[in-house]
Write a protein that binds this ligand. Sequence first.
Ligand code: ACO
Length: 181
Amino acid sequence: SLCPSIYYRAIKPNDLDRLEQIHRDIFPIKYESEFFQSVVNGVDIISWAAVDRSRPDDHSDELIGFITAKFVLAKDSEIDDLVHYDSSKGEETLIYILTLGVVETYRNRGIARSLISEVINYASGLSVCRGVYLHVIAHNNAAICLYKRLMFRCVRRLHGFYLIKRQHFDAFLFVYFINGS
Ligand code: ACO
């Protein structure tokens, strides 16, 4: 097959079906249709997609990876105690990563790393933004290795944070501080 040529772009309304399908395929948690609507319409959610332009025509713009995130006021966040406050710059915010995924056949090529870089670069350009944070289930070694590799700091273990099929699972909270936090 052709050598992949991966591009990163905004997520748009006609990505809806594919976005939902990949979430269903790779996450143990069910997301509501309102969530997907917010992502594709960019309502309160910021997101990036990865596509492989070397695929045949009708697939060359199809999502093979994505990252979704939202703004949270630092003072209202669960890591308010870790943020450095400087009121002269306006109200501090954080970016919370909601979902990150790469379809299986495209893994281990640096796509997740690039998607996270998109978020960090975007966040770094906003002087009020103090960091990027996320939760990850404690047994997800691939994702945990990824966040550690990208210099996220594990600041907390949250007992029973996730409830999946009536079973509780711990989560780690990872933070990447920016803009002097
Ligand atoms: N084992 C160990 N380390 C890994 C693995 C793995 N399976 N996958 C990635 N890494 C680490 C490596 O250190 C790698 O750096 P290196 O290549 O320089 O050694 C680094 O992460 C970057 O890896 P990428 O190739 O960018 O990661 P990939 O594109 O394969 O995507 C992801 C990783 C997103 C975790 C993918 O496996 C996936 O989609 N999994 C299912 C969904 C998921 O778990 N998403 C994250 C849940 S948490 C959340 O959404 C907030």
